[in-house]
Write a protein that binds this ligand. Structure first.
Ligand SMILES: [Zn+2]
Length: 324
């Protein structure tokens, strides 16, 4: 059974199943003059493909009704199925430049996993866990198909749709070129993974992130705060009201996490992996371990730029300590 829910005239929210703890992704069908725009695609799994097909049938749009595909960012749950949807519909794929570069077939070269392992080792992850994390990451790659992007969208671009236009608002942080869409005529904000109800979006520093993702993320929240938004339409969970309260709570969450991590490295210099064990405890799954190392590094790097912590690299391993 697919769930296609009308959230506003000409706009459908379609829930697709994911084999993750975050069990579903919301993709959106938005009416244009000549058909529909599909915002995000789900993963390359049978379950996603069938749920999307069922939603297209239920709404009467059909594959043929999709005239353009906008991908918010290149995480597997958002773009994994894009190449296939493009092949079925003939619709072009639009994405931001920073994400397009990371979703090209050239990006996942043979060295990708080697670079990733070296990065984990540098941040103190023991060899046996590095192997487990790399295996888990390889497993995810079967759910995606790399795609060449047909058009690069930029911040400020406008996309005509029925009843007005969508404004492209690029919000780096969760990913370097995370593309969100604002529909000013109805005060709707398609927030992708920038803002998700009841979840703090993951913000991580790693081999294909920006240099200061937490700084970018907080600046991106600052940009959204003054906007007039009646309803936030996120990629996971339920649409929600009150974007300014959500932003305040999320900023508080990151500042508290910075304080705790600062205390963790004040006692003695620690690797990111050791800080993860202080913050989350030692029993994370391999994939969560990887997210936690990246999340920790994002907070430490943010504080390093403020002169609150510094990084020392010795024998190939980076340790963090309090003070500039
Ligand atoms: Zn994401």
């Amino acid at each position: 059974m697919s769930e296609a829910v009308s959230v506003s005239e000409g706009i459908w929210l379609v829930k697709l199943p994911l084999p993750f703890p975050v069990a579903t992704i919301n993709v959106f069908l938005i009416r244009c003059e000549d058909g529909f725009l599909l915002l995000d695609c789900g993963m390359k799994t049978r379950a996603c493909r069938e749920a999307l097909a069922a939603a297209l049938e239920k709404t009467g749009i059909g594959w043929i009704g999709i005239r353009r595909i906008v991908i918010s960012h290149m995480h597997p749950d958002h773009f994994g199925l894009a190449a296939e949807v493009r092949a079925r519909t003939g619709a072009p794929v639009w994405m931001h430049e920073a994400e397009a570069a990371r979703s090209s077939p050239r990006f996942m070269d043979n060295d990708f996993f080697a670079r990733h392992s070296a990065w984990l080792t540098e941040h103190g992850v023991p060899a046996d866990e590095t192997e487990e994390i790399s295996e888990a990451s390889r497993g995810i790659s079967e759910f995606i198909e790399m795609v060449e992007v047909d058009r690069r969208l930029e911040d400020g671009d406008r996309i005509p749709i029925a009843g007005g236009e969508l404004e492209v608002v690029v919000t780096p942080g969760h990913s370097p070129g995370l593309l969100t869409l604002y529909f000013p005529q109805r005060k709707l904000y398609f927030s992708s993974d920038h803002m998700v109800e009841k979840i703090t979006p993951n913000v991580g520093l790693h081999t294909h992130s920006s240099e200061n993702p937490l700084g970018d993320y907080l600046a991106s929240l600052d940009r959204i705060r003054p906007m007039e938004i009646d309803l936030v339409l996120p990629s996971h969970g339920h649409p929600f009201h009150g974007h300014r309260e959500w932003i305040a709570a999320t900023e508080q969450h990151h500042h508290s996490r910075c304080e705790r991590m600062l205390s963790a490295v004040a006692a003695s210099p620690r690797t990111a992996y050791e800080v993860v064990n202080v913050e989350w405890g030692p029993h994370l799954s391999p994939l969560n371990e990887r997210f936690a190392v990246a999340e920790t590094l994002a907070h430490l790097e943010y504080m390093r730029r403020q002169g609150r912590v510094s990084a020392v690299r010795e024998n190939g391993v980076t340790r963090w300590r309090k003070g500039g």
